[in-house]
Design a protein around this ligand. Structure first.
Ligand SMILES: Cc1ncc(COP(=O)(O)O)c(C=O)c1O
Length: 387
């Protein structure tokens, strides 16, 4: 009966809104047609507005990782020394991508669950004056930390550097205005807060980073951003784009326009605060201790002194709610809940109730309803003030 029922509360892919699913069923059009050119022009203009930049935006077929690799292939000279800041699994992967595209990678790593500190980055840059490009993950999806990109951008910019931000799991959920914060490259993916299936990566680039890219030897054909930007000026793409996903993106951006970016960000903060209050009331620890360091899009429960995956299994097999487990050394020790995209306050009450139920079912003395009640109180407090 419920073979296909899974309520996705993992940190991506996320549920696809019906409006977006319908849009992707649009009849196929040629990618050199006037219809597609109009579609592309509209979504690129919307994306520039969302990324808050007068710079350039490209849409490529590929997932977030392809976007990160694209950013580095275009911005970093072969053998150039760069600084990669890592607060978890995705930060480590970003460093790996950088070394594979030929950079000499210096790393600044933090314990999982800790946020990066701008003053550490400032010190690292003072010790390594050759470094011009800095990489950072905005929301570290493996831990649920949200790094303070605004403060980091300030120290990088003070030294004339370029900041590349992995915003795969934070885009829309947390503010990241490229021009105001003087960020240079922002990369995201379609399957997170945008509520699309996986398959698109979006890369936003500041004007000065776009200028630097023109000086870098071209060493990739498909991922050549300079070409994407040039073609975008005449409303086209270098290669066949994933047309159906771009129709889906148009619908997703229309939903965001209806809600408003600031309201969407407030909603994500509310979902975070409800979730954290619920987890605390259930009596479970939060990996990210400080609310200020906690991502509005992912909440991490743990470290747990019991088998976290057994709880997840009951949630999935009996209650049809999928949440994620830990990665690498945190496997089995944490639970990760994704609350980004097409998710509202009622969904939080539902997954907290299911979590409490699964905990009780796996032999943990959980006070049933305590987490839900705490989240309801947060909701009512915020609803009272209009969020
Ligand atoms: C912060 C972050 N960076 C990179 C990635 C990799 O993206 P993808 O799996 O779309 O290639 C993810 C995926 O979850 C992520 O959360």
């Amino acid at each position: 009966m419920f073979a296909e029922k899974t309520v996705l509360r993992i940190p991506g892919p996320t549920p696809v809104p019906p409006e977006v699913a319908r849009a992707m069923g649009h009849a196929m059009v040629g990618h050199r047609s006037s219809e597609f050119s109009a579609l592309l022009a509209e979504v690129l203009a919307d994306l520039r507005a969302l990324m808050q930049t007068s710079g350039s935006v490209a849409i490529l077929a590929g997932t977030g990782t392809a976007g990160l690799e694209t950013a580095l292939l275009n911005l970093v000279q072969p053998n150039e020394e760069i600084l990669s800041v890592s607060t978890g699994n995705f930060g480590d992967r970003f460093a790996d991508i950088a070394s594979r595209v030929g950079a000499t990678v210096r790393t600044l790593s933090y314990e999982w669950g800790q946020a990066a500190r701008a003053e550490d980055i400032e010190r690292a840059l003072a010790e390594q004056p050759g470094v011009k490009v800095v990489l950072v993950t905005h929301c570290e999806t493996s831990t649920g930390v949200l790094n303070d990109v605004r403060a980091i951008a300030e120290v990088v910019h003070r030294r004339g550097g370029y900041l590349v931000v992995d915003a795969v799991s934070s885009f829309i959920g947390a503010p990241l205005p490229i021009d105001e914060w003087r960020v240079d490259v922002v990369v995201t993916g379609s399957q997170k807060a945008l509520g699309l299936p996986p398959g698109l990566t979006l890369v936003g680039v500041s004007g000065r980073a776009a200028e630097r890219m023109k000086e870098i030897p071209r060493r990739t054909l498909y991922f050549d951003l300079v070409r994407y930007f040039k073609d975008a000026q005449v409303d086209t793409t270098p290669f066949t784009p994933p047309v159906s996903l771009v129709y889906g993106l148009q619908a997703s951006l229309a939903l965001l326009r209806q809600e408003g970016l600031q309201q969407a960000q407030r909603r994500h903060l509310l979902l975070r605060d409800m979730t954290r209050a619920g987890v605390r009331a259930i009596g479970l620890p939060l990996l990210v201790a400080q609310d200020a360091d906690a991502s509005p899009t992912v909440t991490t429960v743990g470290l747990l002194d019991f088998d976290a995956d057994a709880v997840r299994k009951v949630m999935k097999s009996e209650l049809h709610v999928a949440i994620a487990g830990g990665q690498k050394h945190l496997a089995g020790k944490i639970l990760r809940i994704g609350h980004m995209g097409y998710i509202d306050a009622g969904d939080v009450l539902h997954y907290l109730a299911c979590l409490e139920t699964a905990l009780a079912k796996t032999g943990h003395a959980a006070a049933l309803g305590a987490g839900v009640a705490a989240a309801q109180e947060v909701y009512l407090r915020h609803a009272h003030t209009g969020h």
